[in-house]
Design a protein around this ligand. Structure first.
Ligand code: UDP
Length: 228
């Protein structure tokens, strides 16, 4: 693999606190990113927003406004993780699909290619820029646009299960599953829009748990224990 798109869920960054950031967790993630970048891999990153805000769970607000807050939450996450990446010695750039003044750069494929050529880790913040979408969809969209070799989906759960392992203790993890099967069985790996796009674009995806030690590096090195 030469270029990957790493998706981090917001919750996974929160660690045991389940909300906000857990600095030790994020420093651990940043060090792993540093290692794979040092080994020559180009890394794009999308981060969810669930540690701050979930647009669709707010009943009192208009969905599109709640989703705007969700997109802003993903920008906060990217600013935080980007800065921790700099703290461990990486160069980074944050792109958003809408202008955020001096906080981020406006997304363009050409600028992103320049950032990769400069050895930077590229953050895709703000989702797709549109309500009714998710950061999963943004992940597949950007992965396809930048011709990533694979999506690395780092989640709070360590793979794709036949039912929710938090609810069903007998849930069985798949070692391997086709996106078609994920779609047909409506498995909770990614939302349906993102899964369909992944299917259409034949984008490979590796799903694993962020809590497992060194899981990002292990996944890149082929020592993989999640679902592919
Ligand atoms: N969001 C959006 N459009 C996008 C990406 C995200 O409206 O393209 C909003 C949406 O409200 C979502 C929130 O940002 O709930 C956080 O994104 P994430 O994909 O993490 O959603 P989660 O799965 O955590 O609800």
């Amino acid at each position: 693999m030469k270029r990957v798109l790493l998706k981090l869920s917001g919750e996974a960054l929160a660690g045991p606190k389940k909300t906000g950031f857990d600095e030790a967790t994020v420093i651990g993630v940043a060090k792993q990113i540093h290692q794979i970048v040092s080994e020559g891999l180009q890394v794009g990153i999308v981060i969810g927003g669930g540690n701050f805000w979930r647009g669709r769970t707010s009943g009192a607000m208009e969905r599109s406004k709640a989703d705007q807050i969700g997109m802003l939450a993903t920008i906060m996450n990217c600013i935080y993780v980007s800065d921790i990446c700099r703290y461990v010695g990486l160069s980074t750039e944050i792109y958003t699909p809408f202008t955020c003044g001096a906080f981020t750069r406006l997304y363009s494929k050409d600028s992103v290619e320049e950032s990769f050529a400069q050895g930077k880790v590229v953050f895709f913040a703000g989702g797709t820029g549109h309500p009714y979408f998710s950061t999963d969809t943004a992940t597949v969209l950007r992965a396809v646009e930048i011709s990533a070799d694979a999506i690395l989906l780092a989640k709070a759960v360590d793979g794709i299960y036949d039912s929710d392992p938090k609810v069903n203790p007998d849930a069985v993890k798949y070692d391997e599953i086709s996106i078609q099967e994920v779609v047909d069985k409506k498995l909770a790996a990614m939302d349906l829009t993102a899964s369909i796009m992944c299917l259409e674009q034949k984008m490979p995806m590796l799903v694993f748990g962020l809590e497992e030690e060194n899981s990002i590096v292990n996944t890149v090195h082929g020592k993989f224990s999640g679902t592919k």
